[in-house]
Design a protein around this ligand. Structure first.
Ligand code: COA
Length: 146
């Protein structure tokens, strides 16, 4: 069993470790602090036996829209619905704040994540060329909540 809860500053080391192991983009550690301070309710972690095994970071971009910036599950714990539960809990949170639309960017080559988001009713709406640091392209995916 795993639990989902909001991020605490003591989770920082574990979150940075998962991000560096699982996300292609390199993030400055201070960015995580910034997200936490800006919109703490959008920063959730999955925990199992006192170990952080996944996280999601999302922000509100306007009064009724939100953007997912990062979502990651540690490799040995994938395909156990941890990513789905993190996403659902994030959506539950932003729905309370009347958010109607969520967007995110995903590498066009990240077929696993694209399948994951499609499973959660996100649709590809656009493509941004050379979006990432290494020159890869991104799809924008969107979901309308109600
Ligand atoms: C994308 C990611 C967060 C999914 O997390 P997860 O906990 O493994 O996903 P879930 O177990 O909740 O999967 C739910 C459904 O999504 C789809 N899915 C998830 N991973 C998939 C994969 N590797 N291949 C195909 N479909 C996949 C499946 O339909 C799955 O349901 P099923 O297992 O019953 O078939 C995880 O693979 C990950 O951390 N990837 C690396 C980081 C990343 O790419 N993040 C997203 C871009 S920001």
């Amino acid at each position: 069993m795993f639990t989902i809860r909001t991020f605490k500053p003591t989770d920082m080391f574990s979150v940075i470790k998962i991000a560096s192991e699982t996300l292609t983009e390199q993030y400055n550690p201070s960015l995580f602090n910034y997200f936490y301070e800006t919109y703490p309710q959008g920063f959730l972690v999955a925990e199992k036996a006192h170990k952080i095994i996944g996280f999601i970071v999302g922000v509100k971009t306007s009064i009724n829209s939100a953007r997912i910036l990062m979502l990651s599950v540690s490799k040995p714990y994938r395909r156990q619905k941890i990513g789905s539960t993190l996403l659902k809990q994030f959506i539950e949170q932003i729905t309370k704040e009347y958010v109607k639309n969520i967007t995110l960017e995903v590498r066009t080559k990240n077929h696993e994540a694209i399948k994951f988001y499609e499973k959660h009713d996100f649709k590809i709406t656009n493509k941004i060329t050379k979006f990432y640091q290494n020159g890869e392209d991104a799809y924008i995916m969107e979901k309308t909540l109600f």
